[in-house]
Design a protein around this ligand. Structure first.
Ligand SMILES: NC(=O)c1ccc[n+]([C@@H]2O[C@H](COP(=O)([O-])OP(=O)(O)OC[C@H]3O[C@@H](n4cnc5c(N)ncnc54)[C@H](O)[C@@H]3O)[C@@H](O)[C@H]2O)c1
Length: 441
């Protein structure tokens, strides 16, 4: 597929001109990152799009005033053309990440690639080998590293504020309405459809945070438990139907009601109404009709084709003896992420959504137990605690040759978290501890 890199005329990013980028997969995530070009046209220019969905392609073309000639329905067609931009934003779905990225590397593009890098350890390591072979930069959209909350904690660790890390505990609580939309009814509810387990689709950020906090200390052993406990037909409450707005007798009292979540509360409209991310709106009446008829989001959460877990716990041992635990739970009332890092000289604890964390140190003076310093941060409620567009900003800097930032999500620095996730799924299914020794980069 595509050209050999040597056949392309190398186009190098210039100091003054905006970085030129082609979108591959004009879905929700790519368009979110591409919105940076509207805010900072002097830094980023969207010059092309590859998208098989004709409507999405045209809407993207209009939004960024992309010449017709630079719009492609097919990746092969695009990579056959001489290199026409500095980089690509690859926002295709999980199972296409590696298959679409390799030809792009070969064609000479640097890449901002959505997470997860791939859907299995072998293909992730294959991608790493190909990126090295073609000498390209690949950054992974581990946007939480750029959220001020996590970045500030990472700096405390780098500054040795709590000594060496002894243990890390993180949790991710996925709300009932997010769970229902994405991991039961939606794109990531079924592993064959979405390509990823729920752990990799949802918590690969958190597993990445664990390895990022540990710096160069490698994870060596992984164990995990979890199951699909709640959203199965035999757990359906009496009176539940197949579609909320068609044959359900308990719709009025059900928190997963499609009518309440998507029409009344207007939650997740970008997902349940196709192409909202490209400015196409759907009236409430049209949405109601689709939820009653063909929309997967109108289905009863106990009667879907979902097969991914609804909760999972992962335990990791690092090579220095440090241990880490991540608990992912779907269906909670109050969503959020928490972190507690205990070091040899102190500890850090916080919840992302609260907008602050605390640093504690032992204080053995009479009448004292510990000191506590509160660190407040400007935390936005959306865009992953403010991380999404800061990632794009850093990607542009990296393309211009800047040194990697503390948050840098370079491919080679993003693999260990993925290896933990794949091993956790193996451990969960095979009921055994999985050793990571020798697998990494
Ligand atoms: N970083 C994060 O926090 C975060 C959050 C949500 C989703 N994601 C990830 O982002 C990715 C995209 O998710 P989304 O919700 O934007 O998906 P989406 O379905 O909205 O977009 C994917 C697009 O890719 C297009 N496509 C399919 N095959 C293609 C091909 N061969 N070449 C080019 N385009 C092709 C589809 O038509 C679609 O428009 C997924 O991998 C998802 O797991 C990341």
């Amino acid at each position: 597929m595509g050209n050999n890199v040597s056949e392309n005329v190398e186009k190098k990013p210039s100091e003054e001109a905006p970085i030129e980028v082609v979108i591959v997969g004009a879905g929700h995530r790519s368009l979110l990152y591409a919105s940076y070009a509207k805010l900072h046209p002097e830094q980023l220019n969207i010059v092309g799009v590859v998208e098989p969905d004709g409507e999405r392609m045209n809407l993207t073309k209009e939004r960024f005033e992309i010449p017709e000639d630079n719009c492609f329905a097919d990746l092969e067609e695009f990579v056959r053309r001489p290199k026409m931009a500095d980089a690509v934003i690859n926002g295709t779905l999980d199972h296409l990440h590696v298959a679409t990225t390799i030809p792009l590397l070969k064609a000479g593009y640097d890449i901002l690639l959505e997470k997860p890098i791939g859907v299995g350890a072998d293909e992730v390591l294959q991608l790493y080998a190909e990126a090295r072979r073609y000498g390209r930069k690949v950054m992974i959209c581990h946007v939480l590293r750029y959220a001020p909350f996590y970045e500030s904690i990472r700096r405390q660790i780098a500054d040795e504020a709590i000594g060496d890390i002894v243990s890390l505990t993180t949790s991710e609580n996925v709300s009932y309405h997010h769970m229902g939309m994405a991991y039961v009814r939606g794109k990531w509810g079924n592993k064959d459809r979405g390509g990823s387990s729920m752990l990799m689709a949802k918590s690969c950020h958190d597993l990445d945070i664990l390895t990022w906090m540990k710096g160069d200390v490698r994870p060596v052993k992984v164990s995990s438990f979890g199951s699909l406990q709640q959203f199965r037909p035999e757990k359906a409450p009496a009176g539940a139907g197949t579609r909320c707005m068609v044959d359900c007798q308990i719709e009025d009292s059900c928190p997963y009601s499609a009518r309440k979540n998507y029409i009344e509360q207007r939650l997740w409209r970008a997902y349940v109404t196709y192409n909202k991310h490209l400015g196409v709106s759907m009236s409430d009446e049209e949405l109601a009709e689709s939820l009653r008829t063909e929309s997967p989001y109108g289905r009863c959460v106990w009667h879907c084709d979902n097969d991914v877990v609804d909760h999972q716990t992962v335990i990791v041992e690092f090579e220095d003896g440090c241990t880490a635990t991540h608990v992912m739970t779907g269906g909670v009332s109050k969503p959020g992420r928490s972190i507690h890092i205990v070091g040899t000289q102190g500890e850090i604890q916080g919840e992302l959504e609260e907008g602050y964390y605390v640093v504690r140190h032992p204080d053995a003076r009479q009448g004292h137990v510990y000191t506590e310093q509160r660190v407040d941060l400007a935390v936005s409620k959306d865009m992953h605690g403010g991380g999404d567009l800061r990632l794009v900003e850093d990607f542009i800097k990296v393309l211009r040759g800047a040194a990697p930032s503390i948050s840098s999500t370079a491919l080679e620095k993003s693999i260990d978290g993925h290896l933990i996730g794949f091993a956790a799924d193996e451990s969960r299914l095979e009921q055994r501890i999985v050793e990571l020794k020798g697998v990494g980069v």
